[in-house]
Structure formats: C-alpha cells, structure tokens
Design a binder for this molecule. Structure first.
Ligand code: ATP
Ligand code: MG
Length: 381
C-alpha cells in the first residue's frame, strides 16, 4: 500500500460519526465531520469547530464517508467531485429510499413483506384492500426511529398529515403487517477489492418503533446465518458497496423477510464495541480507507441497551461491568442519547446485570431494562 489515509471526512456529525472517529483514532486516522444542516465542521471527538462549509471539510480530509443515508444527495455529489467518497452515492441512493430498496431486493429475489407504492388517497385505499390490516405506511425517504410512519388498523378516515405529505409529493410505501416472532439484523463490511467480513446475526427488540435492546449473537439463529450472509453479499456486490452495511430482518419462525437496509454502521452493531475483536466502526474505517478488513472474533454474549430521551444518573456509568457510551447530545424525548453494553458468558449472569441497573434507571431506561430482562429470563430458563 503506497499511501495510508490519515484524514477521513465524515458527512454527518451525530453519534455514528463520533464512534467512527473513536475507532479511527488508534489506526492513526484523524476525522472531521460536517453537520449537513448548518455546514459547521467539527472534530467529532472534541467538538472543536474547524471552520464552516464543504471547503473546510475538503481541506481537512483525504477521503470521505457518511454516517447517515439522510444526508442531502447534492452535498454528497458536490463532495465526490473533489475527493473519493465511500460508500458511493449508488449505495446512498439505493438504500436511502424504501422504494429503491424494494427494487434492489427484487433484483435478487430477496423476500420482504407485500407492498405497494402510494401517491394519493386512492392508492392508500387500494393498499388497504389488497394488503389488509394493520397496514404500515412509511415515507419512502427520510424516516427513522419509527418517525414518518403511520399504522392503520381499520378502514376509516386517513390521517390528515399523511394526506398532506402525499399532496406535497411525498411517496409512501404501504406494507403488509409481518407476524414476526422476533427481529434480527445482519451486518457486514465490504472492502475496495470486494473482500467481505460478516458479523453474527443479532436479535433486536423495538418499542414504539425505536430500537431498545440488541442481544448478540442472536440466540438460536445459526440456521439463518448463511442465508443472511448471502443476502447482504448480493446487495453489497450489486452496488459495489465499500464500507459497513446492515439489513434489518423479520423472523417469522418459518421464514426470514427483509425489513430495511442501511448503507452504514448501524445501531444494532454497537454491541461489537464490547463483544467482537473488531467493532463495526473499525471495520468501516478500514474498508473506506483501504486497510485490510478484520474478521470479527466474537466472544461471549453482549446485550446492548439504548439510553433514550433521558439523562442517566452518573452512577450508571460507574456500575460494575458496564461499558458506557454517551453521545453528548441535548436530551429530548425519544432521542437516542447513549448506549450501554453488558457482557457475559450466560444469559443468567446478563439478567443479573440488567436487574442491578434497575434502581439507577429513569422511566425510559426502565422500559428498556424490562424488555431486556423479560427476554433474558426466557433465555436463561
Ligand atoms: P429505524 O430507522 O430505527 O430502523 P424506521 O423508522 O426506519 O426505524 P422501520 O424499521 O421500517 O422504521 O420500522 C420500525 C419498527 O416498526 C420495526 O423494527 C418493526 O418493529 C415495526 N414494523 C415496521 N414495519 C413492520 C411490518 N410490516 N410488520 C410488522 N412490524 C413492522
Ligand atoms: Mg428499522
């Protein structure tokens, strides 16, 4: 290798960019991140302001990546004329839009829930008739953490904000309900020469459309691993994707269906900071900077708990065994503010760790701990 990248620019300045910068640091790679809304460029580790605008990001970088598929495409296109961008805008376009994802899955015969494209009330009516209830209506572009979604449970008047969105040209993906027994996800990294490394399937628990708990590896999901690996490889190769990517999955007990795709590091991969030899953040940095990927060696069981909407008490960071990540974001209801990784070698010991955190939790973390506790109770029987 002639040249090792020393300066990586990140489009997006949220927690994913911050954790990419944390993983880049030991590799000798310094990051700068741009906030796509106000154009401010900062050091993701210190928050120090480096300047303003895309020219500052370009002067601070040798190559670029992004932390979110919701960045403005025009900004990504402008930047890629100046510096190499990985993943490319092909991945951004294909996985930044639910209809784009459906086209991609269709090309590879990868199954997902029955769906229809909607632009007006008549389209939604037709979707109700053909797909039944509950019916999920999702903005094709720009939704996250359950935002930009409607769930219809019976015939009746359509929500005013849904009608308004469609009147303003928003395309809606209508999706049939999937009677899943659990949700899983698969994550992998692909390098510039097409080499890939795969993380084990993990089990995800959502509440109000937001991820609360990940258990890694997913208990009893080994029989799905090869299928999931094949699907993520097909998607990555189709787009010549470079970097981490994720597929969210529904496990119905007898079938595996795709929910959605993400062309980046993913919340359900945060466990890898504790439970794998090489985290998703490190492998993303390695992939985009052209360093060899490291197959993750997984040790024990990791439980990842999101801290959502509330400031945790300081004692939480000091609790024995806790790996604590705080994103330094202003608290707001339903906002992901941090996460905790717990690690163990059996479900009973992880259940004990979850129970020990309960006296330290506010209302939302109490819900998260209850979800984790319930699942671990079942698993430890
Ligand atoms: P995120 O960005 O956090 O992944 P999102 O806003 O992109 O979320 P989805 O992943 O589409 O939204 O949906 C959020 C959750 O809602 C899913 O993880 C699942 O729990 C539930 N859900 C979504 N679609 C369906 C469906 N068709 N059938 C059953 N449950 C669904
Ligand atoms: Mg999702």
């Amino acid at each position: 290798m002639n040249h090792i990248t020393r300066k990586l620019g990140i489009i997006g300045d949220g927690q994913l960019g911050r954790m990419l910068a944390q993983a880049a640091n030991p590799l000798g790679i310094i990051c700068a991140a741009i906030n796509p809304s106000d154009g401010m460029v900062r050091c993701p580790l210190t928050g120090r302001e480096l300047g303003h605008g895309v020219r500052t990001l370009i002067s601070e970088s040798e190559l670029l990546t992004f932390e979110s598929e919701h960045i403005p495409l025009v900004m990504a296109e402008q930047l890629m004329h100046e510096l190499p961008l990985a993943p490319s805008t092909r991945s951004l376009v294909a996985m930044g839009d639910r209809l784009g994802e459906r086209a991609l899955l269709g090309r590879h015969n990868i199954p997902c829930a029955a769906w229809r494209e909607c632009h007006c009330a008549d389209d939604v009516r037709l979707a109700e008739e053909t797909l039944g209830y509950p019916l999920y209506l999702k903005r094709s572009h720009g939704g996250y953490d359950g935002r930009g979604q409607w769930r219809l449970t019976a015939p009746g008047e359509l929500p005013a904000d849904l009608l308004e969105a469609m009147a303003h040209g928003v395309t809606i993906l209508a999706e049939a309900h999937v009677p899943f027994v659990r949700e899983l996800s698969i994550l992998a990294a692909r390098g510039r020469e097409g080499q890939m490394v795969f993380y084990p399937l993990v089990e995800n628990s959502h509440h109000d459309g937001i991820l609360h708990v990940t258990i890694a590896p997913a208990p009893g999901a080994e029989h799905w691993q090869q299928t999931a690996n094949d699907w993520i490889r097909a998607v990555a190769e189709d787009l010549d994707h470079v970097g981490m990517l994720a597929i969210e999955l529904f496990d119905t007990g007898s079938a595996l269906l795709v929910n959605e795709l993400a062309p980046r590091v993913h919340n359900s991969g945060h466990w890898s900071q504790r439970g794998a030899s090489h985290s998703q953040f490190e492998n993303h940095v390695r992939a985009v900077c052209g360093l060899p990927l490291q197959p993750p060696q997984v040790n024990g069981i990791t439980v990842m708990l999101n801290v959502i909407g509330e400031q945790p008490v300081p004692a939480l960071a000091h609790a024995p065994g806790v790996q604590y990540y705080w994103y330094c974001k202003a608290p707001r209801a339903a906002r992901k503010l941090g996460h905790i990784n717990l690690h163990g070698h059996d479900y009973a010991s992880l259940l004990a760790q979850v129970e020990a955190l309960k006296p330290l939790a506010g209302p939302t973390l109490t819900t998260t701990l209850a979800i984790a506790g319930q699942r671990l109770t079942t698993l430890s029987r």
